[in-house]
Design a protein around this ligand. Structure first.
Ligand code: OXD
Length: 310
C-alpha cells in the first residue's frame, strides 16, 4: 500500500514523511507532487487539498485530515462514495481550544485589554471586574471538542449552556438543540463560544438574526470557522453596538486581508487561527494506526460521516 502526503507547507509535509517512514518502514510514503504512480495511493494524509487533487488518485480508499476539522477536504473537492474520511481527535487539541477560550474570556472579564490601552496614556482608573460565578457561557457545538470545553468551563464555576444538532448529556451543562434552543441560548449568555463543525447546515449560522437576539453586553468568541459568520453582519452589529465585542481566531479568508474592516473595528480581538495547532508528536500514533487499519480492512479511527461532512 502507498500513502501520499499533501500540505501547503513543505517543511510540515517533510516532517510527516519522516515520522510515517520511521513508523511504517515497509510502506511507500510519498509527498505530493513527487508521486511516482497516483494509482497506487490508497491513503491521502492532507491539509487543505486544492480543487481537483483528490480525483487525481483513482484508487483512493481513505483520506486522513491533519486537523480536527474536515471542512477543508470538502471545500473544493467532492469525495466519492466508498472513500472513508478521518479527522484528528487529540486530547491536547481540546485542551488547547479550552485554554484559548478561557484566556480570551478571562482577559475580557478582568478588563485587561482596556488597561493595556489605558497604560499607553498612563491612566490609572479601576473598573469593576466580573467573577466566574456570575458569568454565563454558551457553547455552540458539543462534539468532542465542544463538550470538553463546556465541561471545563462548568467545572470552574461558570454557568454553561451548550447547543448542538442532537441533545447531549454533559455534567453541569444545560444542553439544547433545534432552532428554539439556539435562540434561547444566544439570548441569555454573556459569552457565546462557537466550536461548531462547518457544514452546509452551519455555514452563516452567526448572522444578523442571531446577533440581534444577543444581549448588548454579550461577546462572541469564534474558534470554529470563519464561514460560520456572516462577516458583514458581524461588522454592522459591532458598529451599532448590538453586541459588545468579539474575539475572532478564524475568518472566511485567511490570512485576514490587510484591507479587512475587522483590523480596525473597536471591540475586536484578532488571533491568527491559533486556538489549537496540530502537533505531529501527539497526533502521529492515530495516523499510523489508521494506515494499519486500512491495510487490514478495518474501519478507521475517528471516521466522519461523509454524507454529513463531519
Ligand atoms: C483544525 C484547525 O481543524 O486547526 O484542527 O482548525
Amino acid at each position: 500500500m502507498s500513502v501520499a502526503i499533501y500540505t501547503k507547507n513543505e517543511k510540515q509535509s517533510a516532517r510527516w514523511q519522516e515520522v510515517l517512514r520511521r513508523e511504517l518502514p515497509d510502506l511507500s510514503i510519498e509527498v505530493y507532487p513527487s508521486i511516482k504512480d497516483f494509482s497506487k495511493i490508497k491513503l491521502l494524509v492532507c491539509w487543505k487539498p486544492y480543487k481537483g487533487l483528490i480525483e487525481r488518485f483513482p484508487n483512493l480508499k481513505a483520506i486522513q485530515s491533519l486537523g480536527a476539522g474536515v471542512d477543508h477536504i470538502f471545500k473544493e473537492n467532492t469525495v466519492a462514495s466508498g472513500i472513508q474520511v478521518s479527522k484528528v481527535v487529540d486530547h491536547q487539541l481540546r485542551q488547547d481550544m479550552w485554554e484559548h477560550a478561557l484566556s480570551i474570556i478571562m482577559a475580557d472579564m478582568k478588563n485587561l485589554r482596556l488597561y493595556q490601552e489605558r497604560q499607553k496614556e498612563k491612566i490609572w482608573k479601576p473598573k469593576r471586574y466580573k467573577r466566574m460565578k456570575d458569568v454565563s457561557i454558551g457553547i455552540l457545538g458539543l462534539g468532542s471538542i465542544g463538550s470538553y470545553v463546556a465541561s471545563r468551563f462548568a467545572e470552574m464555576g461558570f454557568s454553561v449552556q451548550g447547543w448542538s444538532r442532537s441533545d447531549k448529556d454533559i455534567d453541569g451543562v444545560e444542553s439544547s438543540c433545534g432552532e428554539a434552543g439556539l435562540k434561547n441560548l444566544c439570548s441569555s449568555v454573556d459569552y457565546l463560544v462557537n466550536i461548531l463543525p462547518l457544514t452546509e447546515a452551519t455555514r452563516g449560522i452567526l448572522n444578523d438574526d442571531l446577533f440581534s437576539l444577543m444581549k448588548p453586553s454579550s461577546y462572541l468568541v469564534n474558534i470554529g470557522r470563519g464561514a460560520h459568520v456572516v462577516e458583514e453582519d458581524l461588522l454592522k452589529c459591532l458598529e451599532e453596538e448590538v453586541i459588545r465585542g468579539a474575539a475572532l481566531d478564524v475568518f472566511s479568508t485567511e490570512p485576514l486581508p490587510e484591507n479587512s474592516a475587522f483590523w480596525h473595528r473597536a471591540g475586536v480581538t484578532i488571533t491568527p487561527h491559533v486556538a489549537s495547532l496540530t502537533h505531529i508528536d501527539s497526533v502521529y500514533p492515530q495516523v499510523v494506526e489508521n494506515v494499519k487499519r486500512l491495510e487490514a480492512n478495518l474501519p478507521l479511527l475517528n471516521a466522519i460521516d461523509v454524507r454529513r461532512e463531519y
